[in-house]
Structure formats: structure tokens, C-alpha cells
Design a protein around this ligand. Structure first.
Ligand code: PEP
Ligand code: MN
Length: 346
């Protein structure tokens, strides 16, 4: 349930409510809105006497959260979640572009790509050091060496790093190097990993599972949020359908549906959702037109030689073209591309 405090409720009154919530065996999560404080009281479903809160000083009213996801819901927090990734702000009207290769293959490949995508207008860098591959015989990523290369690319370009973490054991190490932990589509329902990512208090990007519903994606986010780790980005990356013309089917609907349901930033990955570089730019345009807060795109200096996902990777010059098209679409829908400016957010 949500305990909506009066606009002029004092800190002491808020603290007393939090204490009572905890005494009832629930967890209290605070949402400090522009006007008033909302306390999300989340238990394990056992009944609690709601009236005891209603008559506490400073309490305005009690509202049940109707959705199965609580902290992720717009009911809990009306305002968009905005946060800072080492100078890049996500969740505002300014669109954030994350680009880089599918996998970190070598120092030269990663550094070359980092400079190229930065030059083209990217704000953050992607690159997998641990790769979830369908075949155990395919390139599995460089592991820690890949993380070190990413850290160097970050040092050289000043761009924050997004990289996948595949298991609980990797979390500690990846946190040391990356600005954002990516939970891949195959791990979206790995609840132990979601708990570990939540506990890390590091920003997390969750990709939608290829057979997951939008609600299941929101429940995955809820796992991270339940640790009071509020820095979560949701990513639509295409789902499996009967269609075989593309690797996956981009669920463009998911963007406005998610923006409606949650306050978290929502981005789209047109590389995995199409699986073909020829469709990446068109689908990226559609995502921004539909209201996405950003994109994550695979770029490789020499896609034909890529160790993974070459067929869906853009060459740097095509990525530069995509950026200029995205800028035009953003303006058409009253947004812009993120430009480093002095905004202070947590
Ligand atoms: C990736 O980003 O390279 C990746 C493996 O993505 P997904 O988990 O969406 O398949
Ligand atoms: Mn990939």
C-alpha cells in the first residue's frame, strides 16, 4: 500500500510512519515527490491493519497499489526517474545513445570503436566482456581482460561503460569496472542475479527476456528496486514471435506501455530486435518517435570480421548517419539529444 503524507508532514511524522511500517514486518520505501512524500509499505502479502496508519499524524490517506510491481509503478512515483551516469543524465527529455561492439574482442577494436562512436555522438559505451552465446564453442568474451580494455576506453573517451554481468560471482568484479551492469535477455528472470545486482547499488540495465511479457520485465526491475537500488533502465530488445524474417520482433508497443506503467527510463536495442544492420536505423527512428529515452546500438569498425553479431552491427559511418536522423526525430517529438550540461542529479 501507499501511505500518502500531507504536503506539510514533518520529518518526525514521516519517521514515525516508517517505524510503524517496519514494526508490522513490512519494508518502507520513500518516494519524495515534488509536493509530498509517499511511503510505499511493502510486505509479503499477509494482511495488515491499514487503519492504524490512517490516524497517524501527518498521514493524508492510504491507497492500495493495484499492480503486482510496486516500486516500479507510476502509482508509487509519478515523476520520471532521472539519474546520472558519470556525467550523462538519463530519464529526462534528452535522449541518451549507448553504442559499441557486441563483444570486446581486442584493445585496438574497442578503442577504435569507442573513439568512432564518440565522434558520431554517442554518450555511453557498450561492449560485452562476458558473452551469453547459444553455442559453447562460440567466442565467450575476454572476461576480465575485456573489462580492463573497457576501463581504458572509458579513461580515454570519458564515456561511461555498460557491460553485461552473467552470474552472481561476476557482480563484484564488473561493478569495479563498469558504470552500468547489463542483465541480458537470457538472465532477465535469474532472480538470484537480480537480487545481487540490486544489492550492488550500482546502476542496472535490464533487457527484456525474449519470451517475457512487459509485466514480467517490470517484475524483474522490482527485484532490483526492492533493494532500494533505484537506478534501473529498462530495455526492449525484441521478442520471439512466429516471424522469421528478422532475428526477433521489435515490440514498439512496449515503449508507450512501459512509459505509462513505470517511471523508469526505457530504451530500445534495435540491433538485437532486428538482427540485421539494414533495419537498425529505421527501427531506431521508430523507437524515438514512440517515446524511448535512449537507444543501445551495436557498432563495429569491421562487421564482417566481428566475433559476435557482425550481421547486425553498424559501421561507424552508418552510426553517424543514424545519430543525425535520431536528432531530427527527437526534435519532431519535442525532445533533443543529450548534451553535457551542468545538471545536478543524484
Ligand atoms: C548483447 O547486448 O550483446 C546481448 C547479448 O543482448 P541480449 O541479452 O538482449 O540478447
Ligand atoms: Mn550482441
Amino acid at each position: 500500500m501507499l501511505i500518502i503524507m500531507h504536503a506539510d508532514a514533518s520529518e518526525d511524522q514521516i519517521n514515525s510512519v516508517v517505524k510503524r511500517v517496519e514494526e508490522c514486518g513490512m519494508k518502507a520505501h520513500l518516494s519524495q515527490g515534488e509536493e509530498r512524500c509517499i511511503i510505499g509499505a511493502i510486505g509479503d502479502g499477509r494482511p495488515v491493519q491499514k487503519d492504524q496508519f490512517l490516524y497517524m499524524p501527518g498521514v493524508d490517506r492510504i491507497v492500495p497499489i493495484t499492480r503486482p510491481y510496486k516500486l516500479a509503478s507510476r502509482e508509487f512515483q509519478k515523476e520520471d526517474t532521472v539519474f546520472n551516469l558519470d556525467g550523462v543524465t538519463i530519464g529526462t527529455s534528452s535522449i541518451v545513445l549507448i553504442a559499441g561492439p557486441c563483444s570486446v574482442e581486442s584493445r585496438s577494436q574497442m578503442i577504435e570503436t569507442a573513439y568512432a562512436v564518440k565522434e558520431a555522438g554517442a554518450h555511453a559505451l557498450r561492449g560485452g566482456a562476458y558473452k551469453p552465446r547459444t553455442s559453447p564453442y562460440s567466442f565467450q568474451g575476454l572476461g576480465e581482460e575485456g573489462l580492463e580494455i573497457l576501463a581504458e576506453a572509458r579513461e580515454l573517451t570519458g564515456m561511461p561503460i555498460v557491460t553485461e554481468v552473467m552470474s552472481i560471482e561476476q557482480v563484484k568484479l564488473v561493478v569495479k569496472y563498469a558504470d552500468v551492469l547489463q542483465i541480458g535477455a537470457r538472465n532477465m528472470q535469474n532472480y538470484a542475479l537480480l537480487h545481487a545486482a540490486g544489492e550492488s547499488q550500482h546502476p542496472v540495465l535490464i533487457k527484456r527476456g525474449m519470451m517475457a511479457t512487459i509485466e514480467e520485465l517490470l517484475m524483474a526491475a522490482e527485484y532490483v528496486l526492492s533493494h532500494d537500488n533505484r537506478r534501473v533502465i529498462l530495455c526492449e530488445r525484441g521478442i520471439r514471435t512466429f516471424e522469421t524474417a528478422t532475428r526477433n520482433t521489435t515490440d514498439i508497443n512496449a515503449i508507450p506501455v512501459l512509459k505509462n506503467a513505470t517511471h523508469l527510463p526505457v530504451i530500445l536495442d534495435p540491433s538485437h530486435s532486428t538482427g540485421n544492420w539494414e533495419y537498425v536505423t529505421a527501427v531506431a527512428r521508430a523507437a524515438i518517435a514512440a517515446g524511448a529515452d535512449g537507444l543501445i546500438i551495436e557498432v563495429h569498425p569491421n562487421p564482417a570480421e566481428a566475433k559476435s553479431d557482425g550481421g547486425q552491427s553498424l559501421k561507424p559511418e552508418r552510426f553517424a548517419e543514424l545519430v543525425s536522423q535520431i536528432r531530427a526525430i527527437a526534435e519532431a517529438v519535442g525532445r533533443d539529444l543529450f548534451a553535457k550540461k551542468a545538471v545536478f542529479v543524484k
